[in-house]
Design a protein around this ligand. Sequence first.
Ligand SMILES: Cc1cc2nc3c(=O)[nH]c(=O)nc-3n(C[C@H](O)[C@H](O)[C@H](O)COP(=O)(O)OP(=O)(O)OC[C@H]3O[C@@H](n4cnc5c(N)ncnc54)[C@H](O)[C@@H]3O)c2cc1C
Length: 434
Amino acid sequence: MPPVTVTTVGADQQRSLWRVTAPLAPATAPLEQTADADVVIIGAGYTGLSCAIALAEARHSVVVLEAHEIGHGASGRNGGQVIPGLKHDPDDLVARYGRERGEALVRLSGGAADRVFALIAKYSIDCAARQCGWIQPAHSAAAARMIVSRARQWAARRAPVELLAGEGLAHLLGTSAYRAGWLDRRAGSVQPLGYVRGLAGVALKLGARIHTRSAVTRIVRRGGEWTAATTRGEVRARQVVLATDAYSGALWPELATNQLIVTSVQTATEPLPDAIRSTILPGGNVASDTRKLLYYFRLDADGRFVIGGRGAVTDDVSPGVYATLRRAATTMYPVLAGVPWPYRWYGRVGITRDWLPHLAELAPGVWTVLGYCGRGVAMATTMGLVLGDMLSGGHRLFYPAAALKPIPLYRLRRPVLQAGIAYYRLLDALARAA
Ligand SMILES: Cc1cc2nc3c(=O)[nH]c(=O)nc-3n(C[C@H](O)[C@H](O)[C@H](O)COP(=O)(O)OP(=O)(O)OC[C@H]3O[C@@H](n4cnc5c(N)ncnc54)[C@H](O)[C@@H]3O)c2cc1C
């Protein structure tokens, strides 16, 4: 196996709003012995920890190994927007998978946000959860037509959604920057790092073992078992789950080539004065627009304005990217002009070639699920539960497994992505001008 590269916590990450405001993580220590388990899970994000919870609930023994800290990857860095559904609309899923499997996928993904809020309620996870709804405003006339169709498809499946326009939309957003949108009441928000730390606490209470600062450097098969080795210990198990998503590195090289990695960047203000705060997203909704390089924004529990957007193709984020986000925010909300923005951070998003998460058995007993395409708060939780349910023999939830397919010309990804980002930026600007 090639050596494993692991990411460190960069200077920007130290200024993450979520790191400053999250409840403490449960105490964990590195792996320093040989341990046995039914399943070893690599990666302590939403996927790995919800999988651990499903397995522990079914009385399977589980060890989770995390290279850094709980939520070090995207699960501790995201926008905290709990949005149901996949990037594909319900009718597309039915066209792709047929009526029965397609509708099963629509139900699974459509129920993903409810599943998050139910888990939070069941285990009293302290993460500022609010199921107040998500608004997707349209950035162009073509996007406005697309969301009419999207909202109709969900309404036909009895989802609590509605179309918004004019003053109603402007009031809920607190800006008249968009002319049309739709509201999905199944959605909501969490403090994302608080949520992943809470999941870890639940997994530990249910009997799972979690070792942090325990990067897995090798996975080898010995007899009928797998061994996941760190520099100071190893775990032997019949099944392995690779829950490393966009932070996969070289541990299982097939994972890295299965998706394109882009960096998404966020910045946030201090708590806003009441007079300003009450005018921005007054219904407690979160929002992300329809641009190809979308903006997503919300208030946190203390009234800080948080905005994010697709930033770069590497972790090397220039100050100009944060300035672009601040400009976008003040264009939508001129009241934010002059407000300090002390928080900034970023994370990696994995995008698959078909914009769907991939569930795959990489070798007998070695599983992965990854590639949430920026929709992972709800879907990674759901997919972790799907995998845990499957490995414990429950089979109550369904998601199609398939072999991973590498992205064609993967080695050329950086220049191609750079050109793609520039192209999408142009398309977004042209669509708005049309
Ligand atoms: C900035 C940003 C904003 C986003 N906003 C949203 C949003 O608002 N709504 C939404 O739905 N989705 C959002 N997403 C996507 C969502 O955060 C992810 O899809 C989701 O968190 C993926 O969870 P995961 O558990 O699969 O992976 P991760 O949380 O990335 O966890 C993978 C873990 O594996 C560990 N690891 C890697 N290699 C090893 C190894 N060799 N040994 C041990 N451990 C290892 C890593 O350290 C990491 O902790 C956003 C993502 C980013 C980056």
